[in-house]
Design a protein around this ligand. Sequence first.
Ligand code: CTP
Ligand code: MG
Length: 557
Amino acid sequence: FFRSLLKNNVCFRRKFASKTVAAKVQTTTTKKETKDETKSFSTLQEERREQAERSVLISCPPNISEMRFLKHVSRHGNIKNCFFYESFGIYAVVEFSEKDSIASLREATSIPSIQHETAVPFKTRLLSLKANNLNLSSSQPSVQCQKQTTIGVKELILKLSQEDSIDQQLYSLMEEYQLTEENICLRFLVCSLLKDIAAAYFPECIIRPFGSSVNGFGKLGCDLDMFLDLDAVSGRNLKQVGGGLSLEYQMKKMTSERAATQSILTVIGECVDQFGPGCVGVQKILNARCPLVRFAHQPSGFQCDLTANNRVAMKSSELLYVYGGLDGRVRALVFCLRCWARVHGLTSTIPGAWLTNFSLTVMVVFFLQRRSPAVLPTLDQLRDLAGPKDKSTIEGNDCSFVSDFSRIQDQTNTETLEHLLQEFFVFYGNFAFSQMSINIRKGVEQNKPESSPLHIQNPFEPALNVSKNVNATQLERLVTLCQESAWLLQQGGAGGRGLVRDTPWGLAALLQPSLSQSIKMKGRKRKAREPASERIKGLLDSLKSSKAAAGVAGDAA
Ligand code: CTP
Ligand code: MG
């Protein structure tokens, strides 16, 4: 019996291990192999959602033995996957082969009796395994925990300094930062647990993750954006049967969709707050452009944002997933630039006038569309490839684009990541932000329709500017950092590995906090001495002319 348990578990480990290897291979294989193998967004989301429905989250006693744990839980059914992680104690995610096993597990689970306190008897799939009188921490080795956080920037810089090329540094950063398979499973499980709470009101609802949890650009530790999907509630578009009569539910009516969303989020936020185990610090932010309920989910360690009626954001998550899956270089470049922006304070976890990761990612997509030949197709090109199932209109906007990767032709661009990174900095170090808007639908810059310092057209809501929040100071910082980074890369570019081992070079040098500090200092001096960044502009001009002399194709200028 033990052997079969172990075998099961070993199978599980192999499954994850092989995925890690696949992810590694992805960084070195050709574009074609990776692209056509990639599952469509909806297939992958559906698989993960169904997997989460068969899973439970169990808090474990310290030093629990893995074997004993599996033996106990597998009484209720075959375990397909199981992993452990730490978040104020040890937790296990257990995925059963069959959903029925959860019913059996629930039957055997008791309501806690606590002295001086009372438990609200709201049952969820978040459980605690109690050691009772048994010594679970026997002589068996304790469990191996899966990491849920990234290494710090200092450690990252050291690691990158040991790589042999800038391309390798970018891939190495991505592997260190990207969400692990286990972390993604946990994200879907948290959505599924919250769905059980929301189901108290809307039994047929679905809670779907969106944003960086699913768009392929998520970093370990990023927030969990979710939306409550009520479109799956049956009877919405029921065809009328003949006979001249039909039945309709009597329902409360609201003045607007926004008012309905606010009212739904009010009650669900209240339920999460009052009855949701592990949900703390619940804030209802209902007057935002997109009303939301924000809270921390302690057992997973995720900062959660729950919205409702947010289909456009889901579409933009899918679009980024498609762009990230088209070419192995895209994700590596985005991870690198998200990290670069974060260490230099261009992005922040606090809302404000900063650039957001979403805006920055759209800027990278646009830059890659502008290469010659292009690395990425425009959104209009992806729309033209859409099949009948891909057709989608949300609030009057056409949100159709192809979902099947094999229908998208490979691009012929073969530039190295190092070159693309360098060109990204030159491109935005020189971009006419004061007149032009960034538009990934057309893949060309267009005249700005309004006066925000940075204008990035929302791909699915053309009237909206994704980066409306960014002020002139933050844009200026972005431009200066791009110019300095272009210059720094050019100085120590290809083959510029530090002479002294472990000396930050290439990407590692770009992540040094001293870069933004030196800009602050120079900014002060420059204000006193010269208008605008004349010196850097001169440097960029010399870069451009040397590039032109070398006959390098590029349209960044
Ligand atoms: N979004 C949008 N327009 C904006 C901001 C956000 O459409 N101005 C949508 C995007 O689909 C984005 C999602 O909301 O992916 C979540 O926003 P946010 O959490 O800010 O960005 P993430 O992509 O999730 O990145 P992060 O890792 O910083 O959370
Ligand atoms: Mg997010």
